[in-house]
Write a protein that binds this ligand. Structure first.
Ligand code: B12
Length: 251
C-alpha cells in the first residue's frame, strides 16, 4: 500500500498532512497522488494553489510531451480538485479560493477539450446536458460533455441553473435522444426529479432517455427520481449514454 512518502511533491504531502483528517480520506488521497507522475502532481499542486497561469502552462507542456489528455485530467486536474473539495468542506478555504481553483481547472480543461472533443466520426446520437435549477456547478458537467463529444456524440450544452421549462423547450428544439442532468448540491438534487416530473406533465418523457450524475447522486437516487440511468464519472456517462440509445457494448 502506498504511503505519504511515496508522493514526490512536497506541497501536496504538506497539504494532505495539514488539511485531510479522516483516515479513509488520507488513504484515498495518498492512493490518488502516489499513482500520479511528479509532473502530474505539479499540475494538481498548481490547481490546489489556485494558480491558473501555472496550470495552463503545465497542462500545455505535459500534452506536448505526449502525456494523454485523460491522464492529465484524472491524475492532475480531478485529483487536485478532490483535495480542494475536502479543504472547502472543512472550512479551511472559502468560495473565493475555490473559485480560483475552478478557474485553474478551466485553464487546464481548455487544452484538454479540443483533444477529448475531437472524435472526427459521424455523430452516434444527440445529448442535451445541463446543471439543474439553482445549481451553478459546471466543471463535472463540462468534463462529461468533452468525453461525450470525443466519443462521437453531438452535445447541446444548456449551461447551469437550467429550469424544467428550459429543458423541455430544448427537447422540442433539438430532439435529443438523451438528456443528462448534473447536480452538486443536496438542495438541488430534488430538482432532477422535478424536471423529470415536468417532462411527464408535458408529454415528452417517453421521447428521451434521462441520465443523472454529480457527486452527491447515486444509482438509488436516480432510480427514485425516475431516471433511466446514473453515471459516476465522465467515462461512465459515455458508456451509459451509448447503452441508453442501444449502441453500447452491452446493447
Ligand atoms: C468547485 C466548487 C464550487 C465552485 C463551482 C465552480 C464551477 N464553475 O463549477 C463555486 C465556488 C462557485 C461553488 C459554489 C458553491 N458550492 Co461548491 N463545490 C465545489 C467543489 C469544491 C468541487 C466540485 C467539482 O468541480 N468537482 C470536480 C468535478 C470533476 O467532479 P463532479 O462535479 O462530481 O463531476 C464528476 C461526476 O460527478 C460526474 N458527473 C457530473 N455531472 C454529471 C452528469 C451526468 C449526466 C453524469 C452521467 C455524470 C456526471 O462526472 C464528472 C466527471 O468525472 C465541491 C466539492 C466536491 N467534493 O464536489 C463543492 C461543493 C459541491 N459545494 C458546496 C457548496 C455548499 C457550495 C455553495 C452553497 C457554497 C456557498 N456557501 O455559497 C455554493 C453554491 C453555488 C450554487 N448555487 O451552485 C458543497 C455542497 C454540499 C451539499 N451537501 O450540498 C460541496 C460538496 C463542498 C462541501 N461543502 O463539501 N462550489
Amino acid at each position: 500500500m502506498p504511503e505519504l512518502s511515496d508522493i514526490s511533491d512536497a506541497f501536496i504531502r504538506a497539504e494532505i498532512e495539514e488539511f485531510v483528517e479522516r483516515p479513509e480520506e488520507i488513504e484515498m488521497m495518498i492512493n490518488l497522488f502516489a499513482d500520479a507522475s511528479p509532473a502530474l502532481q505539479e499540475v494538481a499542486a498548481a490547481l490546489i494553489d489556485g494558480d491558473d497561469t501555472k496550470v495552463d502552462e503545465q497542462t500545455k507542456a505535459l500534452l506536448a510531451d505526449g502525456v494523454t489528455a485523460l491522464e492529465v485530467m484524472d491524475g492532475g486536474l480531478i485529483a487536485g480538485m478532490a483535495l480542494v473539495g475536502i479543504k472547502f468542506r472543512e472550512n479551511f478555504i472559502f468560495v473565493p479560493e475555490v473559485l480560483a481553483c475552478a478557474r485553474a481547472m478551466k485553464a487546464g480543461m481548455a487544452h484538454i477539450d479540443p483533444i477529448l472533443s475531437a472524435s472526427g466520426i459521424e455523430p452516434v446520437g444527440k445529448v442535451l446536458m445541463g446543471t439543474v435549477k439553482g445549481d451553478l456547478h459546471d466543471i463535472g458537467k463540462n468534463l462529461v460533455i468533452m468525453m461525450l463529444r470525443g466519443s462521437g456524440f453531438e452535445v447541446i450544452d444548456l449551461g447551469v441553473d437550467v429550469s424544467p421549462d428550459d429543458f423541455i423547450e430544448a427537447i422540442g428544439d433539438h430532439k435529443p435522444s438523451v438528456v443528462g442532468m448534473s447536480a452538486l448540491l443536496t438542495t438541488t438534487m430534488p430538482n432532477m426529479g422535478k424536471t423529470i416530473d415536468a417532462f411527464i406533465d408535458e408529454g415528452v418523457r417517453d421521447k428521451v432517455k434521462v441520465m443523472l450524475g454529480g457527486a452527491p447522486v447515486n444509482q438509488e437516487f436516480a432510480d427514485d427520481m425516475g431516471a433511466d440511468g446514473y453515471g459516476k464519472d465522465a467515462m461512465a456517462a459515455v458508456t451509459l449514454a451509448k447503452d441508453l440509445i442501444g449502441v453500447g457494448a452491452s446493447a
